[in-house]
Design a protein around this ligand. Structure first.
Ligand code: SRM
Ligand code: SF4
Length: 584
């Protein structure tokens, strides 16, 4: 067990008090229908009314506007240029070339940014879809076998799985489990089919549509699940509520170690919020996977805080009731007893950029996509970055599929030896393969932030490329040119770019200002700690210069940066988040 707070005397299982308004709107929504259909007809506004504004999230969409032009439109007395961002459901991140060609065309024809944005949860987003095109978007996706059900809102989100599944039998089996878990935990309501696909409302009795797992009020908050294959923790289990760590014997998946209660978000200045690692519940054999997944979800459904959304995620439920109480309840509900966890180790989280050979003599090419943004970028220093065109050209000839990674990169998977050269030629010509990308850039990540994210306090995606230019120069100056530090930037403390599992995490505080956190490790099993607050861009570079110079000269052999800053006492180690994270 990973913490001393496993037992809580007289735990409060249910938080009493006035429920959050989201609870009312879910209860009144008629299983997520609300009045979205009617609202869609209202062309007086490009947006949705307040309840539907929230409800469309459970159908995979967020209402947004372009923040770069918000003030100008306000001056002109125009309403914000409302549009939606859509996030697709893609368990394990696998997408076929046919599907890719269709989303590529949709992005060109109907999105205001023209991009496909790969996310930190192995799927893609369209940004800037106007109201009249929303239905067409869902119908286009449906025609190629993709939906956006439960990719946002108080439900179980896109289930992650370490990609490259055909590399071994275990990868294939783990991917099948990610799909099964995703299907098992999906909402059962037919609202999505009725609203977006024009399917008939089937006469149902109330009990037909009851959500046996999620309940009529759905979950207290978002819920995230992964299947991971050690030693690579590329999907960052400690950002997730429920994690299945694959355990294999003689090359076959036999079961999972189950870890519950990870999550990274916090609110600046609110000590009741903190990033937290997941706790190890123990090992289960493979046939118990769905029963245990369901029991964890229903326990969180019934015990999660429905009064205060800031403390509603599973991580806070565990700290309130105690890990032992939560685990015992999961055992009771599932009828499964956890046995002692099987040994495993996480050694890294990066993607293996370049070619690897898999089973069946197939080859897989992982391409680095900065910030996950697939777009034809204007020529930079003479180097073409026609990433979108390159991907389209590859999709047109590729006989395998594509796999999205949780590091916002992409794998061109299942390439026959005789097709390698042709794919590599297109990838090089379009900038999808770029040998000049440094190790530091490959190990850095940022969330979307401006201009689309309404919660952004500082730049992230638009800041990262220049920041890495500067960090590359600093590392070279300090004789660290081939080394790298896991560096992540998020535009606010919600943590979408997982800065709270970085060796250096920069968290937006205000325009051009960031808090700097230090001290996660390569395997992603340590939460970093606040080092300095409110740093401007020059201060950030000065800090990275000073710290990396010390790392270069004072480190032990092969000591990673995050381990170094802890050993040297530059920041204290966060062992138990609720005790240590805010501790001075
Ligand atoms: Fe996130 C909200 C983008 C991964 C924690 N996230 C948002 C919204 C939708 C803003 C909003 O609520 O209006 C952002 C949309 C920006 C835009 O314009 O696209 C947004 N989150 C993203 C993505 C696209 C970041 C990226 O650069 O790839 C990721 C999409 C994942 C996906 O495909 O589902 C994304 N978000 C994450 C992660 C990382 C992860 O899951 O591995 C986290 C931290 C892990 C966690 O959940 O603890 C994360 N996002 C949040 C939160 C804080 C949740 C909380 O516990 O309080 C919010 C705000 C909220 O839910 O209230 C949020
Ligand atoms: Fe937006 Fe904040 Fe998430 Fe970045 S971390 S995408 S700024 S919500």
């Amino acid at each position: 067990m990973s913490n001393d707070f496993t037992k809580v005397e007289n735990p409060v299982l249910i938080v009493e008090g006035k429920q959050a308004d989201n609870e009312r709107l879910k209860a009144e929504s008629d299983y997520l229908r609300g009045t979205i259909k009617e609202d869609l007809q209202d062309r007086m506004t490009g947006g949705f009314t307040s309840d539907n504004f929230q409800l469309i999230r459970t159908h995979g969409m967020y209402q947004q506007d372009d923040r770069d032009i918000r003030a100008e439109r306000q001056k002109q007395k125009l309403e914000p240029l409302h549009n939606v961002m859509l996030r697709a459901r893609l368990p394990g991140g696998i997408i076929s070339t046919k599907q890719w060609l269709a989303i590529d065309k949709f992005a060109d024809d109907y999105t205001s940014y023209g991009s496909i944005r790969l996310t930190t949860r192995q799927t893609f987003q369209f940004h800037g879809v106007l109201k009249p095109n929303i239905k067409l978007m869902h119908q286009t996706l449906n025609s190629i076998g993709i939906d956006a059900i439960a990719t946002a809102g108080d439900v179980n989100r896109n289930v992650l799985c370490t990609p490259n599944p055909i590399e071994s039998i275990v990868h294939q089996q783990a991917y099948e489990w990610a799909k099964k878990i995703s299907e098992h935990l999906l909402p059962k309501t037919r609202a999505y089919a009725e609203i977006w696909l024009d399917e008939e409302k089937v006469e149902t009795t109330e009990t037909d549509e009851i959500e046996p797992i999620l309940g009529s009020n759905y979950l207290p908050r978002k819920f995230k699940t992964t299947v991971v294959i050690p030693p690579n923790n590329d999907i960052d289990i400690h950002a997730n509520d429920l994690n299945f760590v694959a355990i294999s014997e003689k090359g076959q998946l036999v079961g999972f170690n189950v870890l519950v209660g990870g999550g990274l978000a916090m609110t600046h200045g609110d000590k009741s919020t903190y990033p937290r690692k997941a706790d190890d519940f123990g090992f289960i054999s493979i046939e118990h996977t769905l029963a245990v997944a369901e029991a964890v979800v229903t326990t969180q459904r019934d015990w999660g805080n429905r009064v205060n959304r800031k403390n509603a995620k599973t991580k806070y439920t565990l700290d309130r009731v105690g890990v032992d109480t939560f685990k015992a309840e999961v055992e009771k509900r599932s009828g499964v007893s956890f046995s002692e966890s099987r040994p495993y180790e996480f050694t890294d989280r990066g993607d293996r950029i370049g070619w690897v050979e898999g089973i069946d003599n197939k080859h897989h090419l992982t391409v680095f996509i900065e910030n996950g943004r697939i777009l034809d970028f204007p020529s930079d220093k003479g180097a073409s970055k026609a990433l979108k065109t390159g991907m389209r050209d590859i999709a047109a000839i590729h006989k395998g599929d594509f796999r999205l990674t949780a590091n916002q990169n992409l794998i061109i998977a299942g390439v026959a030896a005789e097709d390698k050269a042709q794919i590599e030629k297109i990838a090089r010509a379009s900038g999808l393969i770029d040998d000049s990308v440094s190790n530091q850039r490959k190990n850095s990540m940022a969330c979307v932030a401006f201009p689309t994210c309404p919660l952004a306090m500082a730049e992230a995606e638009r800041y990262l490329p220049k920041l890495i230019d500067d960090v590359d120069s600093i590392l070279a100056k300090n004789d660290l040119a081939d080394e790298s530090i896991i560096l992540r930037v998020t535009g606010c403390p919600n943590g979408c770019g997982r800065a709270m599992l970085a060796e250096i995490g920069l968290v937006g505080k205000g325009p051009g200002k960031y808090n700097m956190y230090l001290g996660s490790n390569l395997g992603g099993t340590r939460i970093p700690k606040l080092y300095k607050e409110n740093l401007g861009e020059q201060d950030i570079l000065a800090e990275i210069d000073g710290l990396s110079a010390r790392w270069a000269t004072e480190r032990n052999q092969n000591e990673a940066f995050g381990d170094f800053v802890i050993r040297m006492g530059i920041v204290a180690e966060v062992k138990i988040s609720m005790r240590d994270f805010h501790d001075d």
